[in-house]
Design a protein around this ligand. Structure first.
Ligand code: BTN
Length: 286
């Protein structure tokens, strides 16, 4: 495989805050964070990670950048990624050898690893933000990180398959660390960790803890503890119960009240006296 992309891209040594935090956490994050490719500016870390994964890069390979010129979010949106404002990180995940699904025997078995990883990645990042900064980040279904209903971070999970066989998943994290002039369409709904705390944070520590938590979640899923990961998700998502929300259906936008996270990872919602399941897309708080 071409896991050294220096001929293709301009990877550099990570800055000292990131290098030091990763060195200190080496024994606690399994294979996550090695190798790590760091770029001053790149199109999208997810694209580079996918290219590396396609070339055989192992699970835990990380691509991080100071800035992205083509950062992308969920649902075809752009992800504003100016220098010095956030963490832009992608992690390669591989299915277990022999195709054993981490979700075998659970309600998630049909939708498999991508579905549960989408939720697990939110758990890992929320716990990392809470532990390293003290900010009580919450999860908005499926895996947005919010504080007082404003978005702190988003996660883009992209899977690649060869036929029916899952090849790899790229988990891309965008974390708003410093306040910046957000584009008008997101300014009302976005915030940053430092804006909420009114003090600087150690982004290296946050990255190292996120990789530790992700490694822990991955191991939990490997052990088959999907229920434990979903319970951690529930504890950090108060808005998954009792919040008035709107969501899109093929017939148009509809409204209801959240009623918890299903065993299959769907968001349960009560609408006109009926319980429904939201399995994809996003919800808007009313
Ligand atoms: C969302 O829409 O909430 C998901 C945003 C994901 C952004 C991250 S930044 C690192 C990685 N590279 C990308 O192009 N996107 C993800």
């Amino acid at each position: 495989m071409s896991s050294d992309p220096s001929d293709l891209f301009e990877a550099v040594d990570p800055p000292a805050d990131i290098a030091d935090a990763l060195a200190a956490s080496r024994g606690r994050r399994g294979a996550f964070g090695a190798p790590l490719f760091y770029f001053p500016t790149i199109g999208s870390t997810n694209d580079v990670a996918a290219r590396l994964a396609g070339g055989g890069a192992p699970e835990g390979t990380v691509v991080a950048a100071e800035a992205q010129t083509l950062g992308r979010g969920r649902l075809g949106r752009a992800w504003f990624s100016p220098p010095g404002a956030g963490l832009y990180v992608s992690v390669v995940i591989r299915p277990d050898a022999g195709g054993r699904a981490a979700t075998a025997g659970t309600a998630l078995a049909g939708s498999g690893l991508p579905a549960v990883l989408t939720l697990a990645s939110g758990v890992a990042l929320a716990e990392a933000i809470r532990e390293t900064t003290g900010l009580q980040a919450e999860i908005k279904w499926p895996n947005d990180l919010v504080f007082e209903r404003r978005k702190l971070a988003g996660i883009l999970a992209e899977a690649s398959a060869q036929g029916a066989e899952l090849e790899y998943i790229i988990l891309g994290f965008g974390v708003n660390i410093r306040p910046v002039a957000y584009p008008p369409d997101v300014a009302q709904r976005a915030t940053s960790i430092e804006a909420e705390l009114s003090r600087p944070i150690d982004r290296g520590l946050l990255l190292a803890k996120a990789l530790e938590q992700l490694s822990g979640c991955r191991e939990a899923l490997r052990r088959g503890d999907v229920g434990g990961v979903l319970d951690r998700w529930r504890r950090m998502s108060p808005s998954a119960v009792g919040a008035r929300v709107e969501w899109r259906t093929p017939g148009g936008a509809v409204r209801g009240r959240t009623a918890g996270l299903g065993e299959d990872g769907a968001l349960l919602v009560d609408r006109d006296g009926r319980r429904e399941r939201v399995v994809a897309g996003e919800i808007v708080w009313l």
